[in-house]
Design a binder for this molecule. Structure first.
Ligand code: AHR
Length: 859
């Protein structure tokens, strides 16, 4: 009798891989109706087609990446097939409406290649796909049902490679294979296909699975559970011997920041404009009608009996088509700007009020401008005489004597009349570096304090946009404010483009950071909710020349001298000297598809040919592994892309067990820009726990600073009350900026960065691997100051007395010690800075859950 052998490891208590001792078995491939197919392709196996074993608990071997999160990303009716060359092909329906199918292939059913979504315009929708191989013609024959309320048709198309398909034609019902069967698996009845396979196929999957379970258990480790698990631990002793001869270079660009207009980071945030919807361009359609207040009048109201309308006839500029028309019949009738949760005013500060206005019914008229609170208390007043029937810009300064957090801006015509207004703006004079149209000084200063070597902008997903029409176009964001093209933000609100490329570049210059603009790779976000069902769309190939030219123009705008067209435009915008931009990102964690590859390659080649001196940064998907990571790296290797942008938000356990992630990287391949990362814990808090885990990772990044050229925590900013994504580095409201513990860690690594990494021998006495992994040391030297900087991360729940040995004769006997420590759940912590005497074999007490930095001056 054929037997199944089960092995249990009594030591680890993990279920080891189950091994099937027979030649062949059956697999059942299906997408569970539970969760509407979002679990992806599931598998069960059986030796007799009677007793079935599910593999994993709702485990998806491949998930559909089509469409937006929530309603889409469904795998419906998958059809799995093993081709003669040993490759598994899976074709599935995406949903009930779209006339497209999905395809992916795999060598082992575990690792899957890129997905494609061929569209069949002849068909209404594509349901229940199935296929067979026609050996004679060496092609696959795919058929599916196209169903509408009153008709059901069978369509068929052929393909040799699942990339190029024949036109779909109608076919007789008799052509259908109808191989799907229903099986009861646990509580549910599932529909799928049964395939006979060699037992080795399933054994391999089971072995993978057992390993995966162990791996995921490691990734679930965290410091909260450690406090229980390591409750027995007594304070430890460690030694760190620094080897000044074992040096390697660290990228001088390692520490940077990632700015994205997410969580109201730009408008209502870093951008100092105080008037919300100053351009009257909010649009009901942007939120698909879900927010009835999201119209051109959002954040505006009237006083008295004023009549307020929106018009679009003869606007200031076609890019800014809507404006306000105010009819005042008597004194007290006026227009009120509510601001972003109110308008904060500071005592002793001056504010620029400006607007475009024209008289509609009379020659001239005075508008009183008032800053007051809801109770009518006035904080500042001024007046503007609006003359003529043509648009003109008016500006006055308002001085505020008393602070208030929630003021409003009132435009009160002195006499009856009708006016048109647009671009109604109120700006503090005191912006960061005093720039007009500038940034909020307090937030910008906190960013500068991080000492970032570069600033990435404008995203994130904002860069590639929600649908092709929403791709962030840099040319729409420069020049006069009234001529910029506002657009809806992928994160669900309005971007005035008041912070545009000019402002981003200027900010970089102001803080001594390199600009790193990231542009869409000719594709929009794969999670888009517009454009068909939202599949990743590609800029039509016929428009790619123009799209690429826009990217080349950006480089000319940034770096060209006054003899160039775009250099001249930059200079006319106020920045005569070229910015000397060195980096450009193409793509943001895109799905690596054929559509992406074609467009990325076109852009990459064009930029490289024209500007070989620019470092182009490609993209390798949103995860630290998986299809997009593999495919993205494969493409980068083929094209020899100088750098790739990696993203991962991971659990503490992942970071603890991946400290060697980059040690394993091939130094001859592309460099890495770790563009987005953060430690995510349950509840997505920012606290000592997450911050120390990030410090642990930063030690690894410093050690691998030869291959990891750049890094940035993400996201950066979040406005209280408008936070869409947590955790973030900095939270703020209209008057306060609240940095996180994670911010302190980033700042410490930014300020105490090094250019050379020094090897060191680290030993913890009487500690097993579990404990060893929770202690990390990075020793670096700063080229400018020649200081030696030792960063010690102790994520254990006990203190570690650490003996530091290094050739002390080279260093001053006094060192600076900075300690960040606290309870894991603390969201705030004070750094403790002190001077310590330093001699060889100096002992330093590292508190439980702490980061300690020791900075030594060279003699
Ligand atoms: O950082 C927030 C988002 O995370 C970014 O927009 C995107 O790139 C990633 O998915």
């Amino acid at each position: 009798m054929k037997k199944l052998l089960f092995f249990f490891s009594l030591i680890s208590l993990h279920l080891s891989a189950q091994t099937i001792q027979q030649d062949s078995v059956y697999i059942f491939a299906y997408a569970s109706t539970k969760n509407a197919g979002k679990n992806g392709l599931e598998l069960a196996w059986s030796t007799d087609k009677v007793h079935w074993n599910k593999i994993g608990n709702d485990y998806g071997f491949v998930h559909s990446d089509y469409g937006t999160w929530g309603a889409q990303k469904r795998m419906v009716s998958p059809f799995l097939y093993l081709s003669n060359d040993g490759l598994w092909h899976c074709v599935w329906s995406l949903n009930e409406q779209d006339n497209a199918l999905a395809h992916a292939s795999s060598k082992d059913l575990i690792n899957w290649g890129r997905q494609s979504y061929p569209v069949f315009t002849e068909s209404q929708n594509c349901l229940l796909p199935e296929f067979r191989y026609n050996a004679q013609k060496q092609e696959y024959v795919i058929s599916w049902l196209s169903e509408s309320a009153n008709e059901k048709k069978v369509f068929v198309a052929t393909t040799a490679d699942f990339k190029h398909f024949s036109k779909a034609v109608q076919a007789p019902v008799s052509l259908r294979l109808n191989k799907r069967i229903e099986l009861k698996l646990g509580e549910r009845t599932e529909t799928g296909v049964v395939i006979k396979v060699s037992a080795a196929v399933v054994n391999n999957i089971l072995a993978y699975f057992a390993n995966e379970e162990k791996r995921q258990a490691l990734y679930r480790e965290n410091l909260y559970t450690d406090t229980v698990k390591l409750a027995h631990l007594k304070p430890l002793k460690a030694s760190v011997k620094v080897d000044l001869t074992g040096k390697k270079a660290i990228s001088p660009m390692l520490m940077g920041i990632f700015f994205e207009d997410l969580n109201y980071a730009a408008d209502g945030g870093l951008y100092a404009e105080l008037v919300q919807n100053r351009d009257f361009e909010y649009n009901l359609a942007d939120k698909k009608g879900s927010d009835k207040t999201w119209t051109s009048t959002k954040a505006w109201r009237t006083t008295g009996n004023a009549v307020f309308k929106i018009d679009s006839l003869l606007p200031i500029h076609p890019n800014n088509p809507h404006f306000a028309v105010l009819q005042a019949k008597q004194q007290g009738d006026g227009l009120v700007a509510e601001g972003y949760d109110g308008i904060p005013l500071k005592a002793g500060e001056s504010y620029f009020f400006s607007f475009f206005a024209k008289n509609i019914a009379q020659k001239e008229g005075k508008i009183a401008v008032q800053l007051s609170d809801a109770q009518g208390k006035i904080y500042a007043t001024g007046a503007v005489l609006v003359t003529g029937k043509a648009w003109k810009k008016y500006e006055i300064m308002l001085a505020v004597k008393e602070s208030v957090t929630q003021a409003q801006l009132l435009l009160l015509p002195v006499n009856a009349g009708t006016w048109a207004f647009d671009m109604i703006s109120l700006f503090p004079k005191n912006t960061f570096k005093g720039r007009r149209n500038g940034l909020r000084a307090d937030i910008a200063q906190k960013l500068a304090d991080l000492h970032p070597r570069f600033v990435r902008f404008p995203g994130g997903c904002v860069a590639h946009g929600n649908g092709l029409d929403n791709i962030y176009r840099w040319k729409n964001t420069i020049g006069k404010l009234e001529a910029r093209k506002p657009q809806f933000n992928l994160w669900g609100y309005h971007q005035s483009m008041g912070i545009g490329y000019g402002e981003y570049f200027q900010f970089c210059e102001d803080i001594g950071a390199e600009p790193l603009p990231v542009l869409a790779a000719g594709v929009c976000c794969q999670n888009s909710s517009v454009g068909g069902a939202g599949q990743q769309g590609g800029v039509p190939l016929t428009q790619m020349d123009t799209y690429i030219q826009d990217i080349l123009d950006l480089i000319e705008w940034a770096n060209g001298d006054l003899s160039t067209k775009w250099g001249k435009i930059r200079a006319a915008g106020g920045h005569i000297k070229p910015y000397n931009m060195k980096y450009i990102g193409i793509g943001n964690e895109d799905l690596i598809t054929d559509i992406f590859e074609e467009r990325f390659t076109m852009i990459y080649k064009a930029v490289k040919a024209k500007y070989p001196e620019i470092t182009i940064i490609g993209t390798v998907g949103p995860w630290s592994e998986g299809t997009d990571y593999v495919e993205g790296w494969d493409l980068a290797n083929r094209l020899a892309v100088p750098m790739v942008d990696e993203h991962y938000y991971q659990s503490p356990g992942w970071f603890i067990h991946n400290q060697d992630y980059y040690d394993k990287y091939d130094r001859t391949k592309s460099k890495v820009y770790l563009g987005e990362y953060a430690a995510h814990i349950a509840g997505r808090a920012n606290n000592v726990h997450t911050a120390l885990i990030e410090a642990l990772h930063l030690n690894s990044l410093e050690r691998n600073g030869d291959v990891v050229a750049m890094s940035s925590y993400a996201p950066l900013l979040a406005k209280e009350g408008h936070t869409q994504w947590k955790p973030d580095l900095i939270f703020f409201n209209n008057t306060e900026v609240k940095t996180t513990v994670d911010y302190e860690v980033q700042k410490l690594y930014g300020v105490h960065a090094g250019n050379t990494y020094m090897k060191s021998d680290v030993q913890i006495l009487d500690a097993d691997e579990y404990v060893q992994k929770r202690f990390s040391v990075s020793v670096v030297e700063d080229a400018q100051s020649k200081d030696l900087i030792i960063k010690l991360v102790n994520i254990l729940p006990v203190s570690v007395e650490t003996t530091l040995s290094l050739p002390t004769a080279m260093y001053a006997t006094e060192a600076t010690k900075i300690v960040l420590s606290g309870k894991l759940q603390d969201t705030n912590t004070q750094l403790v800075e002190s001077k310590i005497s330093f001699a060889n074999n100096t002992k330093v007490q590292l508190p439980a859950h702490s980061l300690t930095i020791i900075r030594l001056k060279k003699k």
